[in-house]
Design a protein around this ligand. Sequence first.
Ligand code: MTE
Ligand code: MOS
Length: 735
Amino acid sequence: MKQNNEVRVDAASKIAGIEKYTRDLPIKNALIAGTVRSSKAHARIESISYDKNYDWSKVTILSAKEVKNNYVAIIKNDMPYLADKEVNYFGEPILLLAAENEKILLEAKKHIMIEYKELAAATTLKVSIDRNRAEDVFEEILLENGEGNKTFSTAYEIIEDIFETGFQEHVYLEPQAVVAIPDGNTIHIKGSMQCPYYVQNAMNELFKGTEIKVDVTQIMTGGAFGGKEDFPSLICGHVALLARKTGRPVILSYNREEDIRFTTKRHPSKIHAKAVVNSDGKILALDMDILLNSGAYATLSPVVLARAVLTSFGCYKIPNVRIHGRAIKTNISPCGAFRGFGGPQSLFAIEMLIEKVAQTLKIPVWEIKKANMLSLGDTLPTGQPIDYSYGLPKCVEKILESSEYEKKYKEFKKYNENESDQTNILKGIGISLAVHGCGFTGVGENRIKAIAEMELLPDGKVLVKTANTEMGQGVDTAYKIIVSEKLHLPFDDIIIEEKNTSKVPNSGPTVASRSTMIVGKLLLDNCERILDVLSLKDLEFSLQDFKEAAQQYFKTHDTLIVQEEYKHPDFISFDEKTYKGYGYPVYSWSANVAEVEIDLTSYQVEVKKFYTANDVGKAINKQQSEGQIQGGIIQGIGYAVYEALCIKDGEVQNRGFRDYIIPTIQDIPEMYVDIVEDTYFNGPYGAKALGELPFVGAAPAVASAVSFAIGKTATKIPLTPEVIATLIENSNYEY
Ligand code: MTE
Ligand code: MOS
C-alpha cells in the first residue's frame, strides 16, 4: 500500500461551518421536546400533579403509563425510558413534554408537582459496597491463572495499594440531539449517534406489537467518544414516543448543562492491586479487585468490566494472576462507554502498581517495566499467545530515543535535589506501556456477524454501504482510501451511502475502534469480489481498464451488489465463564513518555512534553492517524489532571466549562508522535484498531511523571491541586 496522507473528506465543510447538524435541520412543523427529571437520587414517586390554573392546551405530556415496553434494549434491558413508580438517580426522566417552543416548556415545567417518598440511596461506590447486597452487583468476572494468589506466602515482597480513577465527561462539541418524524405508520429517526442499528433494535423492541415501523439515520455527528453509543437509544425512544402521540415531528436537543449533568460518563474505578515480586522486581503474581461505579442501570457496564479485566495485566508477563472484577450499582446517572471502555481504569492501576513496586524496591521504574514486559511468543494470563503483530518493543525503542528518557531521568532527579528549592518547581518524567484489544471482546464479533456491502454503479463508480458512522475519527476517508487503493478509483468515484438503516446493512456499531480493522477488511474483500466479477482479479489494471470492464459488465447485467460477512479466523475462541482464550483477535500497543512540572505554590501540574509511539498495524491515513493519537493524548491529559466531576447527594454539581475544566490550547504539551506498523494478517493492509489506544496510555504516563516528581506513587486521578497537596503533605484531606 502506498503512503496515504489524505485530507479528510469532511474537513473543509466542517471548518467552513456549513455542515448541518441535527439542530440545524430544517424540519417543518416540529415540536420541541423537554424532559421532567427526578430531583431525588432514590425515591418512590408518590404523586404527579398538574397546576389546574395553567393552560395545558399548548403542551403534550407523556408518562411511563403510556409506554408499554418500557425498557431501553441493551444487554440487560433494565433501564426504563421513563421512570414509573420509582426513580433510581437524580435527573432520571419521569415525564416528557412537547410544545411549540422552549419558552413554553420551561414555563410548563414550573407547574408540575412531583411528590416523592425518599428511599435509602447509595450515591457513592463506598456506600454501595458497604451495604453489601447481591442485587447491587451488575456483573462479576473472575480470571485466574497459574497458582492464583498462592505464591503470596513464599514471596520476597508483597506490594499493594488502592488505585482510583474519576468520572469523565465526553465533551463532544455537539451535545446530544435527535429528531423523530412521523410518516403514516413509519417514524423516521435522525440524529447524532454512533450506532444506528443499536437505535433501530431498541425502537423495534419499544414498538413491538404495534403497527409502528422505524428507520434510523445517523446524520453529521459532532464527536461522540462512546457518549453516543447507547445513550441515543434512550432519547430516540423519547422523541419517537412523542412523535407518535402528537403526529408531528419532534426534536430533542440537550443544552450543555443537561448534557454534562444527565448523560453517561466514564465509570469511576477503585482497584485494590497487589503484586508479588522478587528482589529485582520481577512480578511473580498479581491480584486485583476491580470495582467499577456503574450508576443506576447496567446499560453497557458488563462489557466495560470485561475490557477492564482483560486489560488489567497491561503489557506484562505475569505467570500467576487472580483478577476479580465487579460492576456496582449506585444511585447516580448510569455510566457508559468512553474511549478505552474500561481499559484506561485498569491500565492506570497496573502502571501505578509498578510505580509503587519501583519506589518500594528503589529500582528505576523503567527497569521494572523492562524486566516484566511481554516478549513475542509469550502468553497472556488468559492463555492467549502474543505471537503475531506485536510492535511494542519497537514503540519502546522509539520513545526512549526521541524523549531521551534515561538521560532526562537522571537530570530531573538532580534538578529536584538541587534546584527546586529556588525555582519552587518539581520536574517529573514518566513512562507508560499501553495495550488496546482490537474490536469486540472475546468472540463478540462472531455474534455481531458484521455485513458490509458494495455496489458497482453503471457509471463505474462504487457505492459503499456500512452502518459505521463518521464522528470525527475519519472513517469515511479511511474507507475511501481502502477502496481506492484496491480498485484504483479516485475518491470522487467512491460514494459513501447515507447511514440509514433501510439503506445500509448492519455492519455493527461504531465502537471498540473496530470500523477500519473489521469492517474495512470486509470492504477490501468486497473489492476483490468486484474485481473477480470484472475479470480483473490479480491483474495489473488502470482506472481506464476498470471503467471499461464495468461498462462491459453492464451491457449484460443490471446490477452488481456484493456482500461480505465477518467471522473470526477459526483458531480464535474465548470462554466467557473462565475468561480463557483470545480476549481479542489482536492488540494495538503504545509506549509513552510524559514530562511534567509541578508548581509548589499552587500544586498545579503542567504537562510540558509528551512522546508517544503507537503500533497500529498499518496507518491507513498517516495524517488522520496522527490526529487520532494527538486527540487521544490530550483527552488523556484532561483525565489525568483536570477533569473532575463533583457529585453531592447524587446530584452533579458541574454546570458547564466554568466548573468542568478540560485542557485548552494553553495546556497542550509539545507532542512527538511516532507510528509503528507491525501488520495484522487479518486487517485491511495490516491495519489494527487505533481510535482508543492513544487515550489508554496517556494518564498513566502523566501520573508516572508526577510520581517521579513528588517521590510518591500517584494513586489517584485526576491529579488536581487538592490531590497533589494530599500526596505531598500526606494530610487526611478527603478528596
Ligand atoms: N475521534 C473523534 N474525533 N471523535 C470521536 O467521537 N471516538 C473514539 C475514537 N476516536 C472518537 C474519535 C472512540 S470511543 C472510538 S470507539 C473510535 O474512535 C471509533 O471509531 P473507529 O471504529 O473508526 O476507530
Ligand atoms: Mo468507543 S468507547 O468504543 O465508542
